[in-house]
Design a protein around this ligand. Structure first.
Ligand code: R5P
Length: 292
């Protein structure tokens, strides 16, 4: 696509470059300098298109800094481009999409206003935690699924009749989509999270379906690893064979990957919405297709 620029933030440079190459856009790099007081100064190098810019920036930790960078890149792009597409591969704050307890601020509502105010014409997210989050945006939104890309990886592993497992009922549809794409079956466990402490418990009593089978635990994201660790401990007690984890966004806070492996997971596979050791599935093709 001629006359389009891809402006990359510093969170997912590699992904932005790949998208840019795939759609034949002009790549614009951002240089970030952080001052001793924590403020950042962003300098762009490259030509910004008058017609359309695509800003690529994930909102993972440091979440508020990366959010401000995304907004700043959008605002800068909008000074030149008449259309700005904000591609947010990992949408931070997406779990704060409704008021769970009285008095809670629905941060996704705030984000929607900020993105609009900065000048975004549309938002493209990848496996956003829930589509409710996108309903707060009063302009065009799109959610891309990384499942076909993740499944392609698992197909190459040639596991024998693996069973897809969601650690909670909220992920049931995701597990169903994964299983359908893989040509396998799925189950969803019952998980309870204490809204105040964040502690997780698996409420399912038994799951005879898993006995003697390799499992693929599928989730949209791993943060502390609590959900996957509890699900793994439960599934191991049910006498399954190997457990693999597939997720889109691997935040892996505080050595979560080590805790997950210690619990008995053989391998964690995630997408490159957040770069890291487990992010081996490239989703640039899916993004490129979605934005043309
Ligand atoms: C929750 O509903 C999400 O889909 C994830 O299961 C959860 O956010 C993962 O967080 P953690 O790794 O801290 O349990």
């Amino acid at each position: 696509m001629k006359n389009i620029s891809v402006i990359s933030g510093n969170t997912t440079e590699d992904l932005a470059k790949k998208v840019s190459r795939k759609i034949g856009a002009n790549y614009v790099k951002s240089e970030i300098r952080v001052f001793p007081d924590g403020e950042s100064k962003i300098t762009l190098s490259g030509k910004i298109s008058k017609k359309r810019s695509i800003v690529v920036q994930s909102i993972f930790p440091p979440v508020d800094t990366n959010l401000l960078h995304a907004l700043s890149l959008i605002a800068k792009a909008r000074e030149t481009s008449s259309k700005v597409t904000a591609v947010i591969p990992y949408m931070g704050y997406a779990r704060q999409d409704r008021e769970f307890l009285p008095g809670e601020i629905v941060t996704m509502k705030v984000l929607a206003k900020l993105f609009k105010g900065a000048g975004a014409s549309e938002i493209v997210a990848v496996d956003i935690h829930s589509l409710i989050g996108l309903k707060h945006f009063k302009f065009k939104t799109k959610n891309i699924s990384a499942i076909p890309d993740l499944v392609r990886y698992f197909k190459k592993m040639r596991l024998k009749e693996p069973l897809v497992v969601s650690p909670d009922q909220g992920g049931k549809e995701r597990a169903a989509e994964f299983a359908k794409e893989l040509g396998s079956e799925f189950i969803a466990l019952e998980k309870k999270r204490d809204r105040k402490s964040g502690k997780v418990e698996i409420k399912t009593k038994n799951a005879t379906e898993v006995i003697g089978r390799d499992l693929i635990l599928v989730d949209d994201m791993i943060s502390t690893g609590g959900s996957i660790v509890k699900a793994t401990q439960f599934l191991k007690k049910q006498k399954c064979k190997k457990i693999f984890v597939a997720c889109t966004h691997a935040l892996l806070m505080n050595d979560a990957d080590k805790k997950i492996r210690k619990a008995g997971v053989s391998k964690i596979i995630s997408a490159n919405t957040i770069p890291g050791k487990t992010s081996i599935v490239d989703i640039s093709n899916s993004i490129a297709k979605a934005i043309v």
